[in-house]
Structure formats: structure tokens, C-alpha cells
Design a protein around this ligand. Structure first.
Ligand code: GSH
Length: 213
């Protein structure tokens, strides 16, 4: 049987990892299309027809032939359509979205920009680099405080916001962030790592396209 989903991604992309992790945790097989970012494949007319933003990930859902883009929106679609990791109540749904919006406002750009600088993909002056690093740590502190006495970000079970944020924090070390300073985040990450079918970023997406992963 053909896989329902086709993920377009790149091995070292955090948002692509988050989608792959979500599909794996849902027990859902998917086809994988490698997008060569270094060669600029994400800016070709063919790819832009799938994702107008010219970035990975993108997810084709063969059930309605729609290509979903922006990892936050993709995760929400997977959760809702597979009825997994959704949160239990209407208020939980709202809280999940609040954390998703917060993360793209305060946490994720600071982590990824710090990482991109360390990997040599971007260059910033000292003040700018310092600002991303400090704001990233302020966001980590906020998340760590929230996780005090909790197993999950929202409610009493894992939801897609846990998966989204795990997908980012798995790369925080590469941005120079010391997660050991955040004990509640560490504990929460170990809860997610204990879920069935969990897969680490190091062993995830290949550098070639692959059927039925
Ligand atoms: N907010 C987007 C961010 C996606 C993003 O920035 N992807 C990076 C890889 S991690 C990318 O494709 N960069 C290529 C480019 O900007 O040309 C999402 O969550 O999907």
C-alpha cells in the first residue's frame, strides 16, 4: 500500500526532524524526498510550487493531495488527522497553540540562528550573536520553569508541542546552549525519549530520497 504521507526534508534540518519524529511516534510510514538545500533545490519553481516559502519541511498528504508547509502547521495537521498527540480538551488545544506560537516567537529562532552561526551558515556581529544567545537562554529558562513539577508541556500526556520543541532542543547544544543548566527540560526530554518508536536526530533522515521509511 502506498504511504499516506510524503515528507520533503533535509537531514540536518530541525523542523524536518520534528516532522519525522512525529510520524515515527504515530507509527506512520512515509515516503521521504531529500531536498538538497546546499544546491538551492528549495528555491526551484518545482519546489516553490509545493512550498511558497522555499524552505523544508513540506508534507504531502495523499488523502487530499494537499502539501502542508510550516512545521507547526504540519504537526497540527498530522495530530488532528491521525488523532494522536492532540491534547484532550479544548483548553489544551488552545494551550498547545499558545506554546507553538511562543516557541517560534521566543525560542526557536534564537536556537537556530545561534546554531547556524556556529556551523558557519550565517555571520553576525558580536552584539547580535550575544542577543540571540541571551534571548535563547531566557526562553529556555521560561520553559524550564514551566516544566517544574510537570511531565509534559500541556496536560498530562505528550502532545505535538512536546514533539515540536524536542525537535528544536535536540539541536540546542550545537548552538552553544548548555541544556544541563535546565534540569526540568532534561527530565522532560527523557520522558519523550522513552516513548515507543522514539528516534534520535543522529539516526534520522538520510541524504537521499527513500520510499516507505
Ligand atoms: N518556520 C519554518 C522554518 C523552516 C526553515 O527555516 N527551514 C530551513 C532548514 S532548517 C530551510 O529550509 N532553509 C533553507 C533556506 O532558507 O533557503 C518551519 O517550521 O517549517
Amino acid at each position: 500500500m502506498t504511504a499516506r504521507f510524503e515528507l520533503h526534508g533535509m537531514a540536518r534540518s530541525g523542523p524536518a526532524y520534528a516532522i519525522m519524529l512525529m510520524l515515527r511516534l504515530c507509527g506512520e510510514k512515509f515516503d521521504y524526498i531529500h531536498v538538497n538545500l546546499m544546491a538551492g533545490e528549495q528555491k526551484t519553481p518545482e519546489f516553490l510550487a509545493k512550498n511558497r516559502f522555499g524552505v523544508v519541511p513540506a508534507l504531502l498528504d495523499r488523502n487530499n493531495d494537499h502539501v502542508y508547509v510550516q512545521s507547526a502547521s504540519i504537526l497540527e495537521h498530522i495530530a488532528e488527522s491521525l488523532k494522536q498527540f492532540t491534547g484532550k480538551t479544548k483548553i489544551e488545544h488552545v494551550q498547545i497553540r499558545e506554546w507553538m506560537f511562543w516557541s517560534w516567537d521566543r525560542l526557536i529562532p534564537n536556537i537556530y540562528r545561534s546554531r547556524a552561526m556556529r556551523l558557519g551558515f550565517r555571520t553576525y556581529g558580536f552584539d547580535t550573536a550575544h542577543m540571540y544567545f541571551n534571548e535563547g537562554n531566557a526562553a529556555l529558562k521560561m520553559l524550564d520553569d514551566h516544566l517544574s513539577g510537570r511531565n509534559w508541556i500541556v496536560g498530562d500526556a505528550a502532545t505535538y508541542v512536546d514533539i515540536a520543541l524536542y525537535g528544536v532542543l535536540a539541536y540546542a547544544g550545537a548552538g552553544g546552549f548548555e541544556l544541563k543548566l535546565y534540569p526540568n527540560i532534561n527530565k522532560w526530554m527523557s520522558h519523550l525519549e522513552a516513548l515507543p518508536n522514539f528516534i534520535t536526530p543522529g539516526t534520522h533522515l538520510p541524504m537521499v530520497s527513500q520510499k516507505e521509511m
